[in-house]
Design a protein around this ligand. Structure first.
Ligand code: PHE
Length: 351
């Protein structure tokens, strides 16, 4: 009997030592379970005579304790390794710990800058009525910005634009180099392409020496130019109406006011009813109107500079500020234009 017990112990021990995690419970059942080898062997102990019984009984219990301890140690060892592997590699345990009901981590969402959004919206409105978007140099010759636009040399009107000049030897024909103060500098460049009729939408950065709540040194303008046979003021008004209703809404309306520009004749300024007070008058607009920008019928001298016969063709042009119309649309939520360029995320994330 003693030999049988020792044999069982040795067999069990060699299995336990080499056991994989999946084997250990089976080893327990095979040796210590109800029908396990040791359990069955111990059932025979009462059959032994009295002298043997006590000794064999002690031995059997000792072996039972040893096997139980060994198996428990193994179990602990396996638990430990499966826990650590749970942290650093894949495996069954990992999925058991995954709680799919926990809220996910939201990645921060970016968005287009307010001015970019406005440019896209303005472009799509004008594209609907046949305008094509173009861009011309922002570092430009005096000729395109002023000379070709009917500004006499040293005309005081040039001061209105308070232009930034580039320190560079002036070109003998084109004059000094400057940062474009307005998108009108694209008018003659477009005409010189030599294709008629023209339906241009020039959206670009412009630069002037100015900085206050409604002016920044760099800003954007969108310039429309239409040239063809029989173009008149009613066409200008139709385009204006389409833009105002599409961009600001059906409830807004506009007026044209006589004005002066060197490169248009007659010239107008365009005002739109204030969206905050509906044209009644408030702190944003004063008397219900907001000034949107300039427009007029293209001056014959400008057509000539663009090699277009003013006897045969006529045209209209308008130039408005992107930030300006944006401010007029958003109302008092943008009460300082400089905020658009301050990189202040708290401000920009509102839109
Ligand atoms: N260029 C003018 C400005 O910047 C606006 C304008 C454009 C006026 C086209 C008439 C025609 O103020």
């Amino acid at each position: 009997m003693q030999e049988i017990l020792i044999q069982i112990k040795n067999e069990a021990m060699s299995l336990i030592v080499g056991a994989e995690e999946r084997d250990i419970e089976q080893i327990y059942i095979d040796f210590l379970g109800k029908k396990g080898k040791l359990t069955l062997a111990m059932r025979d102990i009462p059959k032994l005579n009295i002298e043997e019984r006590a000794e064999i009984g002690r031995l059997a219990n000792e072996i039972k304790d040893i096997l139980e301890d060994q198996i428990n140690d193994k179990r602990k060892e396996f638990k430990k390794t499966s826990k650590t592997s749970n942290h650093n590699s894949s495996g069954k345990q990992r999925f058991e710990d995954l709680d799919v009901t926990l809220p996910g981590i939201k990645p921060p969402l970016g968005s287009l800058h307010l001015v970019t959004q406005a440019i896209e919206e303005i472009t799509s409105i004008f594209e609907k009525i046949g305008f094509s978007r173009v861009r011309y140099p922002e570092v430009e010759f005096d000729w395109y910005a002023f000379g070709a636009l009917n500004f006499p040399n040293n005309h005081p009107a040039r001061d209105d634009w308070e232009t930034f000049f580039i320190e560079q030897q002036p070109d003998p024909k084109m004059g000094p180099v400057l940062l474009t103060p307005h998108t009108s500098s694209g008018q003659v460049r477009e005409m010189l392409k030599g294709k008629l009729p023209i339906k241009m939408l020039n959206i670009a950065k412009c630069y002037r020496r100015q900085s206050d709540v409604s002016h920044t040194q760099m800003f954007h303008q969108f310039e429309g130019l239409v040239v063809g046979e029989g173009i008149n003021i009613s066409h200008l008004k139709g385009v204006l109406e389409f833009f105002v209703k599409s961009y600001f809404g059906e409830n807004r309306t506009f007026r044209i006011r006589p004005y002066h520009f060197q490169f248009t004749e007659p010239s107008f300024e365009i005002d739109v009813t204030c969206g905050v007070c509906d044209g009644v008058g408030c702190r944003l607009c004063k008397e219900g109107w907001l000034e949107m920008g300039g427009s007029g019928m293209v001056h014959p001298n400008v057509l000539k500079a663009g090699k277009i016969d003013p006897e045969k063709y006529t045209g209209f042009a308008f130039g408005w500020g992107v930030e300006r119309v944006l401010m007029m649309k958003e109302g008092i939520s943008i009460d300082d234009l400089r905020l658009l360029y301050s990189n202040d995320l708290d401000f920009l994330e509102q839109f």
